[in-house]
Design a protein around this ligand. Sequence first.
Ligand code: MN
Length: 229
Amino acid sequence: MPFLFDPPPVPSLPIRGSDVRFPVHRIYCIGRNYAEHAKEMGAQTVSRANPVFFMKPSDAIVPEGGDVPYPPATHELHHEVEMVVALANGGRDIDPARTLDCVFGYGVGLDLTRRDLQAALKARGLPWDVAKGFDASAPVSALRAASEIGHPSRARLSLHVNGATRQDTDIADMIFPVPEIIAELSKLFELKPGDLIFTGTPAGVGPLQRGDRFRAELQDVAILEGRIS
Ligand code: MN
């Protein structure tokens, strides 16, 4: 039977050095995955027992950055630079020793956040969804295949805004490294090919204004450049 109307296009990302695209299924995110960022957000302790997961809709992707519209209903749009993991295989209850077999490759992205909404929702014990899952809230670079670059466990992750350094760390500082994130997520969801995982942001989150130019980089993996419009 035909669809009532044309189905929406499949969100996708380019793959560096390839003429096929990576189709995006879901976008999972982990929060509080760098101790210094958890502290700046006022978290008392960082628990390794309970990783904090949330999601963004797949059509929140802004492939390769470019012009990113300033979202409505906020006066405090914040940047969170993050390594992004792209899965080509999935499953449930994945053996931690086999999680990297699921990874297609890596990129860098911004987990854009309406911080004022998030703070108000957190204060009332309400879900954060509208603070995180808004339109164009997930600019992501082109992906690099793990078959080319391996699985980086150390690499500089940085964000410059209008030429000034805002965030700068090494992904080795993650509280939950990538294999553990995948293993934990697969206890909660059946992971699928096409899933993206935002792996958390280091300290230094801060506001973006209309006209700001950003440059996010995961060393030797990916660069994402764009402008808030
Ligand atoms: Mn984040």
